[in-house]
Design a protein around this ligand. Structure first.
Ligand code: EPS
Length: 376
């Protein structure tokens, strides 16, 4: 299936379209709304999240709680549009008051305005905003509901914010799930406190913070993706999609960077077999992907998010009207959105897994897919 998202941050709303999704899949709309609410949480978010209460309004493709195989489309309303109508109306706007001419270093602002020929940077920031990730969460939540039928699930947790990071990698899914109750999605209570302190301090200083989150996918069968062509590799597809999330600057599969500094004998996961289990490994340094294919172990992905470029203590930049040195625009913003990005990452990753799953097992109806899945 393919996906498309639309919508400006302070426009009327956000729209998602999912085309090629199979029929007869039961969709719980409240579960989508729950995932949207998970994305809105997180210590370090700004004032905007107090205004919004993201919910999907399904426009097509689902009837009586089941997918039709036709394009699924939905709307997520921007409640803040009520405050922005005069500046964001599609027909006529009040020019001037909300015009932005001081591009923020690290943001799409300057290059976006140059590329599309804008004299108002607002035209760029409205779409480059991470508000768009709400749509990708809703799309991913639909994909996740399909994957759950086949016992494939996704979890995530934050492993670092600013200078605070977990000392060890955690592989136990039950432990990772504890992150759900944390304000920063961190499953270690001491680190959670330190992360919150760092965010508080950054906020006081008018600064922002990035961090790292980890995604674990359980239950994926061996053989998603393929080794036969570079652009069919599962790791290539996952990293492509995850790098498409705003502010993500690096993605690692399993112990990718650590493995690079070890001998092969310490890196590669030995293969075992048991009648009841089939093939399995006792270690998972590969992060569940070998030769561009899932190998049946948990798929482990780590993403690094840069600090948000909107600063209350702005950096130097150049005004696009005068070409004089000025301080960058100060827009209302979040101090840290790593916990929110962790939820987005989950949903983006499970979307890719669902796409590859359907490529392997068929994509018309749930019944057909189930039959193929049982046969393989
Ligand atoms: C964002 C700036 C803030 C964030 C926003 C992303 O919005 P505003 O400018 O309205 O205060 O809250 O994130 C969301 C709206 C969201 O839903 O995640 C930005 O510039 O990227």
């Amino acid at each position: 299936f393919r996906l498309i998202t639309a919508g400006e941050s302070h426009g009327k709303g956000l729209v998602g379209v999912l085309e090629g999704f199979p029929s007869n899949v039961a969709i719980d709309i409240e579960a989508i709304n729950k995932d949207l609410a998970r994305r809105q949480k997180g210590y370090g978010r700004g004032g905007r999240m107090k205004i919004e209460k993201d919910q999907v309004e399904i426009l097509s493709g689902i009837r009586g709680g089941k997918t039709l195989g036709s394009p699924i489309s939905f709307l997520i309303e921007n409640k803040d549009y009520a405050n922005w109508e005069a500046y964001m109306n599609p027909v006529a706007i009040e020019e001037g008051p909300r015009r932005v001419t001081e591009p923020r270093p690290g943001h799409a602002d300057l290059t976006g305005a140059m590329k599309y020929g804008f004299k108002d940077i607002r035209n760029v920031l409205e779409r480059s905003s991470a508000r768009e990730t709400a749509v990708r969460v809703a799309l991913g939540s639909i994909a996740a509901q399909l994957m759950k039928v086949f016992n494939i699930e996704v979890v995530s947790h934050v492993t670092a914010i600013g200078k605070t990071s977990l000392e060890e990698r955690i592989e136990a899914i039950e432990k990772i799930k504890l992150a759900e109750a944390s304000e920063v999605r961190c499953c270690d209570a001491a680190k959670e406190t330190a992360m919150i302190e760092e965010i508080k301090k950054a906020k006081e200083e008018g600064d922002s913070l990035g961090g790292i989150f980890e995604i674990h996918i359980t239950g994926a069968p061996a053989g998603l993706g393929s080794y036969v062509q570079w652009d069919r590799k599962l790791d290539a597809k996952l990293t492509y999609a995850l790098m498409g999330i705003q502010a993500i600057k690096a993605v690692e599969i399993g112990y990718g960077f650590e493995n690079a500094q070890k001998k092969g004998s310490l890196v590669h996961d030995e293969i075992f077999f048991q009648e009841e289990k089939g093939y399995y490994r006792d270690t998972n340094h590969a992060g569940g992907i070998e030769g561009g294919m899932s190998n049946g172990e948990n798929i482990v992905l780590r993403c690094a998010m840069k600090p948000i470029p909107t600063l209350y203590k702005p950096l130097r930049t150049v005004d696009i009207d005068t070409k004089k040195e000025v301080l960058a625009t100060v827009e209302r913003s979040d101090t840290c959105a790593v916990p929110a990005a962790s939820v987005v990452g989950e949903m983006v990753a499970i979307t890719v897994i669902a796409q590859e799953f359907l490529r392997k097992y068929g994509a018309d109806s749930l019944e057909e897919i189930t039959k193929r899945w049982k046969e393989c």
